[in-house]
Design a protein around this ligand. Sequence first.
Ligand code: TRP
Length: 447
Amino acid sequence: MASRGNWGSKLGFILAAAGSAVGLGNIWRFPYTTGRNGGALFVLIYIGCVIVLGLPVLLAELSLGRATYRNPVGAFRAIRPGTKWHFTGYLGVLTAVMILSFYAVIAGWTVGYIFKTLAGQFNGLEKSGVAAVFSSFIGSPWLQVLLLAIFIILTAYIVSRGVAAGLEKFSKLLMPLLFLILVLLMVRSLTLPGAEKGLSFYLKPDFAALNGRVFLEAMGQAFFSLSLGLGTMLTYGSYLGKKESLVSSAAWVAVLDTSVAILAGFIIFPALFSQNMAPDQGPGLVFAILPVIFSHMPGGMAFGAFFFLLLAVAALTSTISILEVPVAFLIDEKKWPRRKAAWLMGGVAFLFGIPSALSGGGMAFFSRLPLLHVDFLTLWDKAWGNVALSVGALLVAFFVAHVWKTANALQEITAEGARFRLARLWAIAIKYVCPLLILAVLVSQFL
Ligand code: TRP
């Protein structure tokens, strides 16, 4: 166990786990998905998914990781050796590489935006000017691949240096700073003329917009945002000591993560509606509106550059947690040295990321896939970020509840006298509610 590394402290763990959860999922993916799914009703269903599905699965992953001190493949093997259950772990490893591949492209956008803002490229621009800068930016193939490479290199470098030394340090100071800057941005956005229309889109549910896809997207977003479904939290739990309370850690992570997402919506939607911009424009949404907000602020250039820097750091604490999954697998199961595992898996994610990097117009084929009529990045985001994560979460819930058994999981959760007042409720959720609900939402998509 000592050779696998450990978190320095409970706070270190919460910060690292919250650092994993809080990222582009909150600030880029949540607003664009909310915008595409009609606003307030989606937000309601999303919060429901966090409570009913996210929290139970989060506890399941953490307990599975800490009970076995293993990576996702090894954890299933340790509990049910000789069965096929460890393929759930393999699915997680694959999903991790695929999510990292497109996530790093968006993270590259934030890096590009630091420099664009500093260089004054958005100065004084209104929405059409910003849109033009953005589309020429994502349409530049070499630049996009370069930024992808830079972000993968940063991620692989930190992961190659190991758990406590690499992962923990980055989360400590910058997360509170990000929160503060988000609050300031919210104030600016809410005081723009016409902001009320955005507020009502965000807060007043329109039940006519309800359909099956909204459920899948809300569920997928909950898993994505809480870093569930591929074994990130399982792996992070495997570096946690028995003294720490899994319940309070899970609660902290969920509350922090959800607050940041909700806050991001309070920035994006008032500003969007005040500029008469469409909320359903997809993955580019946030990058098209944020510079407009900054240009309506005194000192907006410096403020904006600093914001994109913090966003890039938040993305980095998430990408390292994604890469940690395949790396922990190779270290534990294949006895690879950490450095080799980090650089090789980073390299694979880079190669798979190239189509996403070219999907903003750099190569026509990837910006409009034949037959599917979506771009590659959107397709990858939905396929891995919604469907594969939901399948992964379903398997984890079913395994913990019906194969490992809730009694064993509860023993791990309440190790060393830790209290868990809602144990019964959790058992019901993980046994029945999670598997059935996730399955129902997934199956409904194919009918
Ligand atoms: N949760 C992170 C975000 O919101 C991204 C992330 C990190 C993730 N690890 C994950 C998503 C594991 C899915 C699975 O930005």
